[in-house]
Design a protein around this ligand. Structure first.
Ligand SMILES: Cc1cc2nc3c(=O)[nH]c(=O)nc-3n(C[C@H](O)[C@H](O)[C@H](O)COP(=O)(O)OP(=O)(O)OC[C@H]3O[C@@H](n4cnc5c(N)ncnc54)[C@H](O)[C@@H]3O)c2cc1C
Length: 314
């Protein structure tokens, strides 16, 4: 069976859901193998084996720092030496950049934002601000596909595998740039926005106070998102922006609070499984795509929901 290479950067333990989803998809396409730009622990290897991974490729020598060009060179080299039938990555900014660069090195077509990949590597994706679902296929080289988080339910393999470690020499991974300083990001304890199963997002209607959004997100174990109006106003960091020029998310539940539902916002969240909108304007466009709508004031609705959820969970 042809191998399907999954690029997993930093496979922390337990394995992140997005990585387990990619491995589940890869199993439906061929024999899953993993390309990891760093050497893995035996425990990480076993966790990958539980998802049917037969081989794990690591760089023969440590890659220069953690820059994207080096990771892309490693991925392209690995895809070739593994004779991969296809390459899957996550859909973060960084994963998409790795995919693009690896695609150029391989002379391959690259498809981003996939929500499903068929056994013949046809890809389903949502396009034009979510107004169409398209099916597309790579026409040249090894298909390189980035898949949105929450696209499938991760399922371990029926029979775990014992992955073999293989080393790949990367000839052109030399540093064209070098990291010269780092500042650690404040850890919120919340899940990463693009991988979260639950997102509570606030917009201009939050009027500068994101506390009700954060409290509801914490009660649900979710991530905090925002519209561009909210991030531009400086009420919350830019990395929380969802939409055309922000992050594309596909959670199980997206709670939109005080967001009108402009097309550029919808473009980033329309594929959420369930959308709940809270807006004081019954004619707000967000209600056109909401599964459940509450016409009301966010400062009254959100705290009530948080209180009720906490009560039921205690
Ligand atoms: C090229 C381009 C790219 C863009 N990219 C993005 C993007 O990535 N993401 C994005 O979000 N936008 C993006 N935008 C901006 C987008 O067009 C909208 O301007 C933006 O989404 C509006 O944000 P909002 O819904 O928070 O604000 P508004 O449109 O002002 O809506 C605020 C809503 O809050 C409601 N409200 C007010 N007070 C309350 C209250 N107390 N309780 C309940 N409801 C209340 C109002 O009824 C209203 O519906 C982009 C625009 C352009 C031109």
């Amino acid at each position: 069976m042809a191998s399907v290479l999954v690029f997993i950067d930093v496979p922390g333990l337990p394995l992140p859901r997005a990585s387990r989803e990619l491995l589940t998809i890869a199993r439906g396409l061929g024999e899953p193998a993993v390309a990891s730009p760093r050497a893995l622990s035996d425990e990480a290897l076993q966790a990958l084996g539980d998802y049917g991974v037969a081989a794990v490729y690591e760089p023969a020598a440590e890659l220069p720092d953690v820059l994207i060009a080096a990771k892309a060179a490693f991925l392209a080299e690995t895809a070739q030496s593994a004779g991969a039938a296809g390459v899957l990555l996550g859909n973060s900014f960084e994963d998409r950049e790795v995919a693009a660069r690896a695609g150029i090195k391989l002379g391959s077509g690259v498809i981003t934002d996939a929500v499903a990949v068929a056994p013949d590597f046809s890809v389903t994706k949502s396009v034009l601000a979510g107004s169409y679902t398209s099916t597309c296929r790579v026409q040249a080289g090894i298909p390189v596909i980035t898949v949105k988080a929450n696209s499938v339910e991760p399922v371990p393999a029926q029979a775990p595998a014992a992955p073999e470690r293989r080393r790949v020499a990367v000839p052109d991974a030399g540093p064209a740039a070098r990291v010269t300083g780092r500042t650690e990001k404040r850890v919120s304890g919340r899940p990463e926005l693009s991988e979260a199963r639950v997102i509570v997002a606030g917009g201009r209607g939050m009027d500068g106070d994101f506390t009700p959004v954060e409290n509801l997100a914490d009660a649900l174990g979710g991530a905090v998102g925002a519209s561009r109006a909210a991030t531009d106003a400086g009420w919350i960091e830019h990395s929380a922006q969802v939409g055309q020029t922000g992050k594309t998310v596909s959670p199980q539940l997206y709670i939109s609070a005080g967001i009108s539902g402009a097309i550029q916002q919808k473009a980033g969240m329309q594929t959420a499984k369930v959308i709940v909108a809270v807006n004081k304007d019954a004619d707000a466009p967000v209600f056109e795509i909401a599964d459940f709508g509450i016409v009301g004031d966010v400062f009254s609705v959100l705290p009530q929901a948080t209180e009720e959820i906490k009560k039921r969970r205690s």
